[in-house]
Design a binder for this molecule. Structure first.
Ligand SMILES: [Zn+2]
Length: 352
């Protein structure tokens, strides 16, 4: 077996000098995708309602690959993933969920079930329970196909009848919010606040800081969200230190969780921002033809040779934000471990 991906001198130095001393010994990664290639059918481009670049980094991520990724990227750290299947219209979710459930049981790891909005309350509850899941991971791709992507609202793929079950059971929901306005979108914000109010026992995780990858995506959202009490935010696949600083100021370090979004953060890249849009700058040719993807750009020569992993860029951005906001050692341990451990513990407590 060859190595999963290359670890070079640039990567080793980045880790040893910046990340290794910053990261606690124990880490919980609250956002990971695990699936096998055979679960995914070749996708119909007409049905793809999300960006295309993630598919170029990894076509599968077995549990063995995930654990090997931690060994290669975060050597010396004890990482516990919370896992769920790949999410796409072309993924066979029955197989994906079964695989995640089996991996979770075999390795005693926490996991979420990827669910669809059309599932009845009874089926939703029974399936989560039977699979030993702690809740659900939902995705805008599973909203009814007649709804134009720009019009999808949270309730279209995390409907009230399922929220009621999650609330009753004290379960968790991992939510990637929809809409072009991202975090600042008023429809998103209204529904996020309503969910927190109506379903107080639900453990709601807003993925990727609500997709606020650029400062332009924040607007006044964090002023509004500062008044919330229980929803938490993961900063997976986000490298924006200024957004992280605003998040820390708004909700404090107890409601921020580390998540990676592996395997996409294996990507070798650096993220830049232009007119409110993020662009992943990658080594020329490494991820095939990216000319049709407006979130991708290629570089070469010395600039390309300095590029390291998306995961490292993400953690480094958080390190800079933590330093600027004066987070303590304890705060940093909470973000990378304690907050997630407590959240998972509270789900299990209700289930008992
Ligand atoms: Zn994800």
């Amino acid at each position: 077996m060859g190595t999963l991906f290359e670890v070079n001198e640039v990567d080793r130095l980045f880790y040893e000098q910046k990340l290794q001393p910053f990261l606690p010994e124990r880490i919980i990664d609250i956002h990971t995708h695990v699936w096998l290639e055979e679960f995914v059918a070749p996708s119909d481009p007409a049905l793809v309602r999300a960006v295309t670049w993630p598919g170029r980094v990894a076509s599968s991520n077995s549990i063995e690959d995930l654990m090997e990724t931690y060994r290669l990227m975060l050597p010396g750290k004890q990482v516990t993933p919370l896992m769920f299947s790949q999410v796409s219209r072309s993924t066979n979710l029955e197989l994906g969920n079964r695989y995640v459930s089996e991996c979770a049981a075999a390795r005693k790891l926490p996991a979420l079930m990827v669910t669809k909005p059309e599932q009845s309350a009874a089926a939703f509850e029974a399936d989560i329970e039977r699979g030993g899941f702690l809740g659900c991971k939902v995705y805008l791709n599973y909203a009814a196909p007649y709804i134009p992507e720009k019009e999808i609202r949270i309730y279209d793929f995390l409907p009230p009848h399922q929220l009621e079950v999650l609330n009753k059971r004290g379960w968790m929901a991992m939510l990637h919010i929809p809409r072009d306005g991202r975090l600042k979108d008023p429809v998103n914000l209204a529904q996020m606040l309503e969910i927190e109010q109506l379903y107080p026992q639900l453990k709601l995780i807003i993925a990727h800081v609500g997709r606020a990858y650029c400062e332009e995506d924040v607007g006044d959202a964090l002023d509004i969200l500062a008044k919330t009490r229980t929803m938490v935010f993961d900063f997976s696949a986000n490298t924006n230190a200024n957004v992280f600083r605003q998040l820390i100021q708004a909700v404090g370090p107890k409601r921020i969780l580390f998540g990676s979004d592996l395997p996409i953060v294996r990507m070798r890249m650096k993220r830049i921002y232009e007119q409110g849009r993020y662009i992943n700058v990658v080594p020329r040719g490494l991820y095939g033809d990216v000319s049709g993807d407006r979130n991708m750009r290629e570089t070469e020569g010395p600039e390309a040779e300095q590029l390291s992993y998306f995961l490292y860029e993400q953690i480094e951005a958080f390190r800079l934000a933590a330093e600027a906001e004066g987070l303590s050692r304890q705060d940093i341990e909470d973000v990378f471990y304690g907050n997630a451990a407590a959240l998972i513990g509270r789900v299990k407590e209700v289930a008992r």
